[in-house]
Design a protein around this ligand. Sequence first.
Ligand code: PHE
Length: 358
Amino acid sequence: MENAENLRNDLMTAIAGSDGTDALEAVRVSALGKKGSITQLMKSLGAMDPDARKEAGQAINALKGEVAGAIDARKAELEGAELDTRLMAEKIDVTLPVRPQWDGRIHPISQVIEEMTAIFCEMGFTVAEGPDIEEDWYNFTALNIPPEHPARQEHDTFYLPGEKDGHRKVLRTHTSPVQIHTMQDKEPPIRIIVPGRTYRCDYDATHSPMFHQIEGLVIDESTHMGHLKGCVIDFCRAMFQVDDLPARFRPSYFPFTEPSAELDIGCTRAGGEFRIGHGDDWLEILGCGMVNPKVLENCDIDSTRYQGFAFGMGVERIAMLKYGIPDLRTFFESDLRWLRHYGFSALDVPGMAGGLNR
Ligand code: PHE
């Protein structure tokens, strides 16, 4: 059986030397397969006499068992190693962010409110807020718009269902009721801006039932119309980043200011292209005026001692003008492609020092 001994050594070397499960399988077939070397040896038994056959048969069976055992052991070893390599390759760090690159954008309305706030805070204003659902008195009466006043009709008010006593709250039609809350709560001097949501029952390409305004209010003992003009003109120049932006005031009417005015800024529509700045055209940008003494008295502020100005403007309109957004309705459609195009990076925080539209 010298033959068998050599075969055993060869096979054991081949098994130990196979470097993968495929190579090992090839060794198995070469030994134990139909035409394998051990199978061949088995077949040769038939030609032997019974005694020799018995002896050789036992030896070959032992060899077969030994080789099969060695193959199984090596197979387990190789499979273990292959699994380890795969696990290493597929390793993931679950503490890493799900998406290494953020995809969020700041909505142009938020960005423009931030820009306006940066400008007014630089001038010394602080931010005030008030409720979206208002008492009629705050939205109208205290602002010198009594019941039956024609200005009420112009506001397309959303009324809430009536309370038990019959009176109905409203969705505020402008940010001006926050003037009243502030004057009730604080002693002058007052210098606030009020960014916030406002509501009117109107919907088309230039009107949305919910929109945003920013209100300004200054009350002290000496503020006059010159201060109002300087303040809103400076604001527009900073906002649109045109240092010599032309501006004009047109007489207007608001029940809560007297006198009242509207501010127009210069623009051009030459060659079909719209641009803010020099040109022969004017664009209405905000409403303003000196706070009506009646409004001060409604808030228990002595109108013989205190005076001041107020202004209000639409945020969407300014955003459309500054960033060339053609349709108001797109602001509220939550279209991600629109937001990727018109939105702002979360790290571009507007500021007077760093810029207003990076
Ligand atoms: N509240 C006015 C509006 O909604 C704007 C305004 C505010 C005008 C303050 C004058 C002073 O149209």
